[in-house]
Design a binder for this molecule. Structure first.
Ligand code: GLC
Length: 562
């Protein structure tokens, strides 16, 4: 077996081509000061855990000052830290300490919209229609008599119209402003030179503080069609996974020019900084445009996340992803969960359709077999970590956490819940604070004797899933992740590079990575024999007595001897 002892190549700047990036949802990761909300102190205290897991980098969700109308994706100051999360000095210490642990740090930049409390929006509200202050946003007069109707038919992703009308001094109804998300998240106008210059300043501000890169929030929405034309009838405007290439606000071609400028800024640093795009686009070829050589480095591959647990669909997704990325020479990425979707252990616990799942939360209406979901999730992890390119791990998936589906209505905080008139419970179920240790809540999330309870309640059943409970148990999901991540690091075949499929029964996935590695995933109902001579490195479930790979399980093996 050919093995190297180092991780991804960090000397040539290409670490990101193979990296496993761990998503820290800061509010729910670890609470250092006992207020029930995760913070920078909490992350710093858990750096040894993160380094021990075998990941390469952290991506931290927005930690900037924010009224938290959308959990920090409504930023009121891009170059500071929210007091509930810490201070700029603590942020600097975290970056330094993470680097000492060999971990890179990626932040989250939100360029489509600011908070309505951002000084710019406050200035715009105070200014006249047509003023330079208003031109940083998308203010328009209403339609119809007295301008009572929104300027066009666009809908907010969170439900309801994408427009809100402002009130002029004296209580007179005024213009409308665009918000593709909540009304507290007004969209900025990317044709404004102020907007461009200020985001570039923000990039440099954090790059100068040794931050290694940015995840770009809704990267595909920044540019709107001139004149803001109607979508017209029969279009589900809240769904960006559209095949349309002429959509008035999703995935417009003009957006790429912005990112070319950002790439030049990143490349000007000695250790080049990196970007990952959050772009929910309809086709892999469209996604590949974001990762052309002079643009962003990587993009989340949501097709993989949306694929059902079925061999044919997974294989098709893998093939189209690899082909599209090969066209532009970019490494693909693989992701199963994040803070916006139902956790994959719970998704896979449901009957699997034959089609990609668009509304992942809708799956939760179906009956669940959580043990099966967890088993499939473990197999999916070995699949994901064996595929070419980089991968993302969402905090808590390494503990096998499920979606918390029974949060009390009155505690739900995601704006989706209110904006959908309580028809969509939103994303809080995947954002519940992590269980670290102990037998009861807060399970070590907050320090001993903390005054406040975690901001969302943790299920009592998580006592069996704490990091402490799983530590050292070879059958635990935590140890599965550790073993896989460390093996992946040591195997020259994994990370960036080619993949060759090997013939297999229709309900299985079997591929080879050179030198000397293969992965077999059994999605059928029956056990599957391993290929002759397979030297097993690890499996997601124990092999059966006949040495066969059981249903809904995956194996990694060396092929050097075969
Ligand atoms: C992205 C974020 C999501 C947020 C939205 C608006 O999709 O991941 O959490 O609500 O953008 O900023």
């Amino acid at each position: 077996m050919s093995a190297v002892t180092t991780g991804p190549d960090t000397t040539t700047g290409a670490w990101w081509r193979s990296a496993v990036i761990y998503q820290v949802y800061i509010r729910s990761f670890a609470d250092g000061n006992g207020d029930g909300i995760g913070d920078i102190a909490g992350i710093r205290s858990r750096l040894p855990y993160l380094a021990g897991l075998g990941i390469d980098a952290l991506w931290i969700n927005p930690w900037y000052p924010s009224p938290m109308a959308d959990a920090g994706y409504d930023v009121s100051d891009y170059r500071s830290i929210a007091p509930e999360f810490g201070t700029l000095d603590e942020a600097a210490a975290l970056v330094r300490e993470a680097h000492e642990h060999g971990l890179k740090v990626v932040l989250d930049i939100v360029p489509n919209h600011t908070s309505d409390r951002h000084p710019w929006f406050q200035e715009a509200l105070a200014a006249e229609p047509g003023s330079p202050e208003r031109q940083r946003y998308l203010f328009r007069p209403g339609r119809g008599e007295g301008g009572d109707l929104p300027p066009n038919d666009w809908r907010s992703v969170f439900g309801g119209p994408a427009w809100t009308r402002v009130t002029q001094p004296g209580g007179i109804p005024g213009e409308w402003y665009l918000h593709l998300f909540a009304p507290e998240q007004p969209d900025v106008d990317w044709t404004s030179p102020d907007v461009r210059a200020d985001f570039e300043k923000t990039l440099r501000f954090w790059f100068d503080r040794e931050v290694d890169g940015f995840r770009i929030d809704v990267a595909h929405s920044l540019v709107k069609a001139p004149g803001l034309p109607d979508l017209g009838p029969d279009v589900d405007t809240s769904n960006s996974m559209t095949d349309r290439t002429d959509h008035p606000h999703w995935d417009r071609d003009e957006v790429h020019q912005i990112f070319r400028g950002w790439r030049a800024i990143a490349d000007a640093y000695d250790q080049p900084r990196i970007f990952v795009a959050e772009a929910w686009v309809g086709r892999p070829e469209r996604l590949a445009l974001y990762v052309r050589p002079d643009e962003l480095h990587t993009a989340f591959n949501f097709d993989f996340l949306r694929a059902p647990w079925r061999a044919a669909q997974l294989r098709a997704t893998i093939d189209t992803t690899l082909a599209a990325h090969a066209e532009v020479g970019a490494p693909p990425t693989w992701v199963l969960s994040n803070h916006d979707v139902a956790r994959h252990a719970s998704r896979y616990a449901r009957p699997q359709s034959e089609r990609a799942v668009h509304a992942l939360q809708d799956l939760l209406d179906q009956p669940a077999d959580l043990a099966l979901g967890r088993r499939r999730a473990r197999a999916a992890t070995l699949l994901m970590l064996a595929l070419p390119g980089g991968a993302y791990v969402y905090q808590g998936e390494e503990l096998g956490l499920e979606e918390v589906e029974d949060l009390p209505d009155e505690l739900l905080q995601d704006p989706t819940w209110a904006r959908s008139e309580h028809s969509d419970r939103g994303r809080d179920g995947c954002r519940v604070p992590l269980p670290w240790s102990g037998k009861e809540p807060p399970f070590g999330f907050s320090p001993e004797g903390a005054a406040a309870a975690p901001w969302l309640p943790q299920p009592a059943g998580w006592r069996a899933l704490t990091a402490e409970a799983q530590e050292g148990d070879p059958e635990s999901t935590l140890e599965l992740y550790r073993t896989a991540l460390h093996l992946r690091r040591g195997l020259a075949a994994l990370g960036d590079g080619p993949l060759q499929w090997i013939d297999s029964p229709p309900d299985a996935l079997h591929f080879r990575r050179e030198p000397g590695f293969a992965c077999l995933v059994n999605l059928s109902a029956e056990p599957l024999p391993l290929p002759p001579g397979a030297d097993v490195l690890m499996t997601s479930e124990p092999l059966d007595r006949g040495g066969r790979l059981p249903s809904d399980a995956a194996a990694w093996f060396s092929t050097e001897g075969s």
